[in-house]
Structures are given as C-alpha cells and as structure tokens.
Design a protein around this ligand. Structure first.
Ligand SMILES: Cc1ncc(COP(=O)(O)O)c(C=O)c1O
Length: 404
C-alpha cells in the first residue's frame, strides 16, 4: 500500500513539467523499471520537444542519427551514404504523389508499404512497423528494454547509437570486442551479464562491414536469459546480399530486426525505415509518444520506399556496382601494402599503423576527399565508405598524394 502511494507520488512529481511529452502509461512503466525522475527527463528529450531538449541537452545522436554536416568535399565517402539517389521507380512514385500530398493519406500508402515488406520478407502485416529511419526505433529499443538495472550488451567497435543512448539514460553498457574475424562474439556477449535488457547485433557491422552468421544469432536467441531482447540491425544487409534474420521475427522470437532506406536505397534525406518484430514489442516501442513518430510518415517517402523495396534487379545492380568499386579500391590498397579489414558492405577499414586516423582524415580533406572517422578502440584505423567508381578512383589518387 505504502509502495503504491509513493509510486503515485512519484508519478505526480514527474508530471507534467518534469517529463513533458511522455504519456502517463509510459511514465508508469519507466518508473516501475527503476528509471529516476532525472532519467525520465532525459528520456523525454530523446523523443521530443525542443523545450525539453533545450533544458537538459540531448544525446549525441539527437539529430536523429544523421551526422553533422561534413565539410563539403567533392568526394564524399565518409558517412556511409549511397553514392547516388533513390532508385528511379522510387523517384517516379514520390514525384507522382507530391501533388496529392495535401492529404494526410491520399490512399493507404502506409498499408501499401507494409504489404511490400510482407512480399519481400514473408512476415505478417502486424509484425511490421514503418519508421522515419532506424535511429529513432533503435534508441527507443534501448529505452524500452534497458534500465538502470538492465544492461545493453553491444560490440566494440560497432555503430555507437545504442551504446550512446544507454550511456545518456544511465543504463549500464557492456562493450564486447569483436572476434578476430571481426564478427560478433555472441558467447562473450552472453557471458557479459547474467540478466541484460538488450543485445545489439549489427550485421553487416558498421564499421567493419562483417556479417555475423545467422547460426550465431540463433544461438544467442536460444541461450539468452528470458526477458531480454536481441536487436538485429540490418542497415547494410542489401550490400551483402546474405539471408536475413527476418524469419526470427516471423517466428515470434524475442528479436527485433531493423532496416533503413538510408543505405543502398539512397534515401538518407527522405527518412524511411522499418522494424520487424512481434506486435506486443511494436506496441511497447510505440508507447512513448503515442505512436506519433511511427505513425506519421511523409507520403512521398513511403511511396518511394514501397517502389524501391520490391525492385530486386535494381538492388542487385547497385550491390554489383558497389562491389566493383570496392574491389578496385581494395586492390589499390593491397598494392600499397596497407592493412585493410575485408568487408561485405559499402565500407572498409584501413589501418594507417603509424598515423592517427584523425590526421589522415585531415590530409584527405586537403585533396577534397572526405573519408570516414575512426573508433576509439582503433585510433589509427579509418572507415572509408564505398562510393561510385569515380569516387573510389579519386580516393586512390588522393591516397597516393597524402602518403608521399
Ligand atoms: C548500423 C546503422 N544503423 C542505423 C543507422 C541509422 O540510420 P537512419 O537513421 O538514417 O535510418 C545507421 C546510420 O548510419 C547505421 O550505420
């Protein structure tokens, strides 16, 4: 009884000024899971309004995962974007719907998009939730399943958004080094914590581009503690062209599979993505803002994504184009005897050995080439995004200049 009263008091204290924008049900759940009032304020900043963010600041990814604008270089191979824009059928579909975009939903564009996902992934309708990109659902998966007592288990190096969000919220983070073959060490991830909230697996991994075997992911799902969730981030999967984990979502496992249109589909600026998982997990992910983020998507972006997702031939052609450009660049680096981490995606890592990656990035800028950043664990290793053949030719020429 006394517990109920103090909880009610706590709830009252957190509403509405201290956690504006968080619905009551979400606040209740967060308090039950051990988040403090201060952390609620930070969670509100994750999802929201400018005024909240202004009062507490925002995590590093507050731009929605979109990196700060890089210096305008002629050759932009730093941010893992696609070297070219949306696929032509997608562009045509987006252009065709613009004149009807005075309507919130001229037809059922959201439904059509989900049906396209069902067609290519063989998952049921209620297992799909479209989102404006994957940064948002990725962060909210951390809020939903981690807490002060439920850790995030992630790899090192990997895409940092999940780890940064957990750090921001005050949830424990266990960073587990990749295996010597640069894939996720699922056994070490399992051993890292007896009862975590979320495992984050990025495959192909950003920044190494390496694919973690589905058998390893299945093993983790089968052996993980009850109640924890495995999040499989497949942002780069089309570049690898390997089988995906969507069947685990279809089988109602404790798995969230996440996709974005920011990579092979060339739609980073159009903000489209989706998650595949059980309906009860979708409901949990959506409760922080009453589904606003997920429900309201720009109609041209939905139309473009729908037409692109089913264009299997065009996806395969882009993959091939990237592989050729990557092959040419890797061959060049090999001849220069530089150590490269082999990749199945549109990025690779180069080890400069004696020179800090930051200095090399600055040196490439003098050649009008913007390469990617490094990760704390490997300060002499730079990530380079694979662009067009023209981009990679410029990269190779710049490399020879900056090394002499
Ligand atoms: C692995 C991975 N996941 C998710 C994202 C987020 O992308 P977006 O928010 O554009 O969908 C990125 C962006 O670079 C990424 O590399």
């Amino acid at each position: 009884m006394s517990q109920a009263i103090s909880r009610r008091q706590l709830l009252a204290q957190t509403s509405p000024e201290t956690s504006p924008g968080l619905p009551g049900e979400a606040r209740e759940d967060l308090l039950d899971r051990g988040y403090s009032r201060r952390q609620l304020l930070r969670i509100a900043a994750v999802f929201s309004s400018v005024s909240v963010a202004a009062s507490v600041g925002r995590p590093a990814w507050a731009s929605g995962g979109v990196p700060d604008p890089a210096p305008e270089a002629k050759t932009r191979i730093g941010a893992n974007e696609c070297w070219t824009g949306p696929m032509l059928p997608g562009q045509a579909a987006a252009a065709a719907i613009i004149s009807a975009s005075n309507r919130y939903s001229p037809k059922d564009q959201r439904g059509d998009f989900i049906k396209a996902v069902m067609q290519v992934e063989a998952v049921p309708y209620d297992h799909v939730a479209p989102w404006p990109g994957s940064s948002d659902p990725l962060s909210r998966a951390v809020v939903t399943f981690c807490s002060p007592t439920k850790a995030l288990i992630t790899a090192d190096p990997t895409f940092e958004l999940a780890g940064r969000t957990a750090d921001w919220l005050g949830a424990p983070v266990k960073r587990v080094p990749l295996k010597p073959d640069y894939t996720h060490d699922v056994k070490a991830m399992l051993a890292a914590d007896p009862s975590p909230g979320l495992y984050y697996i990025c495959t192909p991994n950003n920044p190494t581009g390496t694919v973690t075997a589905l058998a390893d992911i299945e093993w983790l799902v089968a052996n993980k503690p009850a109640g924890s969730i495995v999040l499989v981030d497949e942002a780069y999967t089309h570049f690898a062209g390997v089988p995906t984990a969507s069947y685990l979502a279809k089988a109602d496992k404790d798995v969230i599979v996440m996709r974005t249109f920011s990579k092979i589909f060339g739609m980073a600026g159009m903000r489209m993505g989706y998650v595949m998982t059980r309906p009860d997990i979708i409901t949990k992910l959506m409760r922080y803002d009453g589904g606003m983020q997920s429900g309201a998507l720009p109609i041209p972006s939905l139309a473009c994504a729908t037409a692109s997702l089913t264009a299997a031939d065009l996806i395969a052609a882009r993959r091939k184009e990237m592989q050729q450009a990557r092959g040419m660049a890797l061959e060049h680096l090999k001849k220069r005897k530089l150590k490269v981490i082999g990749s199945d995606a549109n990025m690779f890592m180069v080890d400069w050995k004696t020179r800090p990656a930051k200095d090399m990035q600055a040196a490439f800028r003098t050649q009008d080439v913007e390469i990617g950043r490094s990760w704390q664990i490997w300060p002499t290793v730079s990530r380079v995004t694979v662009g067009s053949m023209e981009d990679m030719t410029a990269f190779c020429a710049a490399l020879d200049k900056v090394r002499t």
